[in-house]
Design a protein around this ligand. Structure first.
Ligand SMILES: [Ca+2]
Length: 293
């Protein structure tokens, strides 16, 4: 009886630890398809569904051997883990980490299109948010200040200011503590720095410059805009967005480069601190990276 009681206590402690981990949104667990922090038969079934091409809750946690695809073998190994059988797990959570860096930053394009002279489309240039938040523009002509307050733009809430100065060849935009908060997930990013905006054919604009980014999860890093062509509809159609994460930043990722081109799913190259390269494709609708096949 005493032994059984001790086993029960140990089990409870393990369960409490697992629950605490998931509640804090902590480290992902290899084999955990449902995201509850534990690995059960349900997770194995979800992986087998993914392997069969059926709807599933799977993400990186289902690719048990970390080879980039979810197969029957992954599902079987997750079932083995759920049964308490010793198996080697090698999930690669680079995708989740890369999305933590990229997805809170992409809404900056939505904010830029609200600056007079950046987007020529009246519907985009009009100072309206998708919620009750506000965009206020003070000044006009050669210089103005655009202030965002609790303004939902697509997947993010935007707060802070963008200063705008007309130069001979275009605009200079100064981002002053522009805060982006992703609605789903709640990650935040604060941006400071200057971007140059030049005119191109039609309604398109050319954006160059480097911003200082700061996030509670990552620390400080930079985001470089290299000849990014912003189409009239606010979509990036050419150029590169490069995230440089110094050694002081948290995580295993050193650099992320998204090459926009005209592709519906632009390629993103993630370089880990180990020099290993992992390739992704960006889903423009969700702003999320998915592992390239
Ligand atoms: Ca696999």
């Amino acid at each position: 009886m005493a032994l059984q009681a001790m086993r029960n206590l140990a089990l409870q402690a393990l369960l409490a630890a697992a629950l605490a981990g998931s509640a804090a949104g902590g480290a992902a667990v290899c084999g955990d398809a449902t995201g509850d922090g534990a690995v059960t038969v349900t997770d194995g079934v979800q992986a087998l569904r993914a392997a069969a091409g059926l709807s599933t809750t799977c993400d990186d946690g289902c690719d048990f051997d970390g080879n980039g695809t979810i197969t029957v073998s992954d599902g079987v190994n997750i079932l083995r883990k759920a049964a308490g059988i010793s198996v080697v797990d090698a999930c690669d959570f680079t995708g989740a980490e890369a999305n933590g860096v990229v997805s809170p930053a992409l809404p900056v394009f939505g904010a830029l299109t609200k600056v007079p002279g950046v987007s020529s489309q009246a519907s985009l240039a009009a100072g309206t948010c998708d919620n009750d938040g506000t965009i206020t523009t003070v000044g006009a002509g050669s210089s103005s200040i655009i202030t965002f307050s609790d303004c939902r733009l697509g997947n993010a809430i935007v707060d802070g200011t963008i200063g705008r100065v007309v130069l001979g060849s275009g605009l200079a935009l100064g981002l002053d503590a522009l805060k982006l908060r992703r609605v789903r997930g709640g990650e935040t990013l604060t941006l400071n720095g200057t971007l140059g905006v030049g005119d191109m054919q039609g309604a398109a604009k050319l954006i160059d410059g480097t911003l200082e980014a700061d996030s509670p999860q990552r620390g400080a890093f930079t985001i470089a805009f290299e000849h990014i062509v912003l189409a009239g509809d606010g979509a990036a159609r050419q150029g590169s967005l490069i995230f440089d994460l110094p050694a002081t930043a948290a995580g295993s990722i050193a650099r992320i480069q998204i090459d926009f081109a005209n592709a519906e799913r632009p390629p993103a190259i993630v370089t880990l601190r180990t020099q290993r390269i992992v390739r992704f494709l960006l889903d423009r609708n969700t702003g999320l990276l998915h592992r390239a096949a």
